[in-house]
Design a protein around this ligand. Structure first.
Ligand code: MTE
Ligand code: MO
Length: 405
C-alpha cells in the first residue's frame, strides 16, 4: 500500500464541471507504514485508482448495452478518418466495413508488439494511480495500414461515451509525436494488454491509447475514434478545463499515505513514499524535518525558510533482483522497453515508472515536527521546479505534521 492510493481514499469530486474520482488529502492520523511494506512493482489492474468520466461510467455497462457500445472484443472497432484539409488514402469506417477490429489489431501485434512499463499519473492528483506493464501496437504502425497521409498536423482521438457530446473525453497529439520518436524512446501506442492479461474494461479495454511521456489524460480509455486533422491546436478535454495539454510527466515525490503521522518515541520512525519519475528522470528524493512552527504546516512559496532548509536524502528502494518474478509469466524482461538484452533496466529508477522510497529516523525527541519531501530531477531541478503550476501536473512540495510522543 505505498505506491497507490487506497480505495478508501477515493472520493467523488467535481473537476472542471465533470465528475471524476479524485483523492481526499484529509485522512485521519495514520499508522506508520512498516519498512517491509514495499509494494509490488506492478499494480494489479483492479487496484488502480480510477479516473473516468461518464454517466453511466463506460465500465459499468453490461450485456447488450456493452455490445451496443462496441466494448467487447467481438464488437470493438476503431474508426480512423481525416477531416479539414487532411487526407487519408484508406479511411477506416464502420459504414464501409473497413474499421480496424480487435482481431486485426492483434494480428498487427503478432508481427510487431511493444511492452512498456508506465505509472498512470493524473495531472490533478498528487500520487500515481497505479503502475502497469502495457502491451500493444504502435499508433504509427496502425496508421501505416491507412495508406498515404497528407496535410496532417494533429490527431484528435476519443473513446466511447454515452452519446452526449458533453461527456466526450478527448485528447490529441501532434503528428510528429506519433511518427518521429527519438530512437530509443517509446512513441504512443494502442494497448490491448495490461500486466500480461487482456486489458480490462475498467482500465479502458478492449483497447486504450497509451502516451508514454504524458499524464493520464492523454491515455484515452475505450478508444474508438481517431481523426487526422490539419488543425494545429490541442482540443483536449483537459485543456478545456484549464490544464496544460502538452506537459511531460513531472518528476515529483509524494507520501505513500495522506494525513499526518503519530509515532511512538524511543522507536525508529519510518515513513514511506513514492515518486513519479517523469521525463526529466530522478536523481534523488530528499526530506526536510523541522520543529512544528504552529502554522498547520503551511509555508508560503516565498518564505525565507526555504533558502536555509536542510535537505537530506531518503533511501530509494533498489531495483528488484528477480525481474522474471516481477513481470507477468511468459514476458521476457529483455522484451520490455528500457531493459538491456540481459533483462535488466538500463536506468534505475526508470523514467515513467514509480520509485518507492523510505525514510527511517532514530532518536527523535518527543514533540511535533513538519516533514517535507521533494524530488531532484536529472537536470538538477528540485520539486516544485522547474514548473510549479499545478495545471501542468501537481508537484507542490508535500508535507506532513508528525507527532512523536
Ligand atoms: N475515455 C476516457 N479515457 C480517460 C479518462 C476518461 O474519463 N475517459 N480519464 C483520463 C484521465 S484524466 C486519467 S488520469 C486516466 C486514468 O487512468 P485509470 O483510470 O486507468 O487509472 O485515464 C484517462 N483516460
Ligand atoms: Mo487525470
Amino acid at each position: 500500500m505505498a505506491n497507490r492510493i487506497s480505495r478508501r481514499d477515493a472520493i467523488l469530486a467535481g473537476v472542471g464541471g465533470a465528475v471524476v474520482n479524485a483523492v481526499a488529502e484529509s485522512r485521519a492520523v495514520g499508522e506508520p507504514p512498516s519498512p517491509e511494506a514495499a509494494p509490488p512493482f506492478l499494480t494489479p489492474a483492479n487496484d488502480f485508482n480510477d479516473v473516468s468520466r461518464g454517466t453511466p461510467l463506460p465500465h459499468s455497462l453490461t450485456g447488450q448495452a456493452l455490445i451496443d457500445a462496441r466494448l467487447t472484443v467481438e464488437t470493438w472497432k476503431l474508426k480512423i478518418v481525416a477531416e479539414d484539409k487532411a487526407v487519408l488514402a484508406k479511411p477506416r469506417t464502420i459504414a464501409a466495413g473497413t474499421a480496424l477490429d480487435y482481431a486485426g489489431l492483434l494480428a498487427l501485434g503478432k508481427a510487431k508488439s511493444v511492452r512498456f512499463l508506465k505509472a498512470m499519473q493524473c495531472n490533478n492528483i498528487p500520487r500515481p494511480l497505479g503502475q502497469g506493464l502495457w502491451e500493444g501496437v504502435l499508433l504509427r504502425d496502425v496508421l501505416e495500414t491507412c495508406g498515404q497521409l497528407d496535410e496532417v498536423r494533429r490527431l484528435f482521438y476519443w473513446g466511447f461515451h454515452n452519446g452526449d457530446p458533453k461527456q466526450i473525453f478527448r485528447s490529441s497529439l501532434a503528428f510528429n509525436q506519433v511518427l518521429d520518436s527519438p530512437p530509443g524512446e517509446m512513441p504512443p501506442f494502442l494497448a490491448y494488454k495490461l500486466n500480461g492479461e487482456a486489458l480490462s474494461l475498467e482500465r479502458g479495454g478492449p483497447v486504450r491509447m497509451i502516451v508514454p511521456w504524458a499524464h493520464g489524460f492523454k491515455s484515452v480509455k475505450w478508444l474508438q475514434k481517431i481523426v487526422l486533422t490539419n488543425k494545429s491546436e490541442a482540443n483536449d478535454t483537459y485543456a478545456e478545463a484549464g490544464n496544460d495539454p502538452e506537459s511531460y510527466l513531472k518528476t515529483a515525490a509524494y507520501f505513500a499515505e495522506s494525513g499526518n503521522g503519530k509515532f511512538p518515541s524511543g522507536k525508529p520512525m519510518v515513513v514511506r513514499g513514492t515518486a513519479m519519475v517523469g521525463w526529466p528522470g530522478l536523481e534523488r528524493v530528499e526530506y526536510w524535518l523541522r520543529p512544528d512552527t504552529g502554522q498547520d504546516g503551511k509555508l508560503s512559496r516565498r518564505d525565507p525558510a526555504w533558502a536555509t532548509a536542510d535537505w537530506k536524502p531518503v533511501t530509494l528502494d533498489p531495483a528488484p533482483k528477480d525481474w522474471v518474478a516481477q513481470l507477468p509469466g511468459g514476458v521476457p524482461p529483455k522484451d520490455v522497453w528500457g531493459f538491456t538484452p540481459e533483462g535488466k533496466p538500463k536506468e534505475w529508477p526508470m523514467r515513467f515508472s514509480v520509485a518507492n522510497w523510505s525514510l527511517e529516523l532514530e532518536g527523535l525527541k518527543a514533540g511535533k515536527y513538519e516533514l517535507r519531501v521533494r524530488s531532484v530531477d536529472k537536470n538538477g531541478f528540485a520539486q516544485p521546479e522547474p514548473r510549479d503550476g499545478p495545471r501542468s501536473g501537481k508537484n507542490a512540495v508535500p508535507f506532513k505534521l508528525i507527532e512523536v510522543a
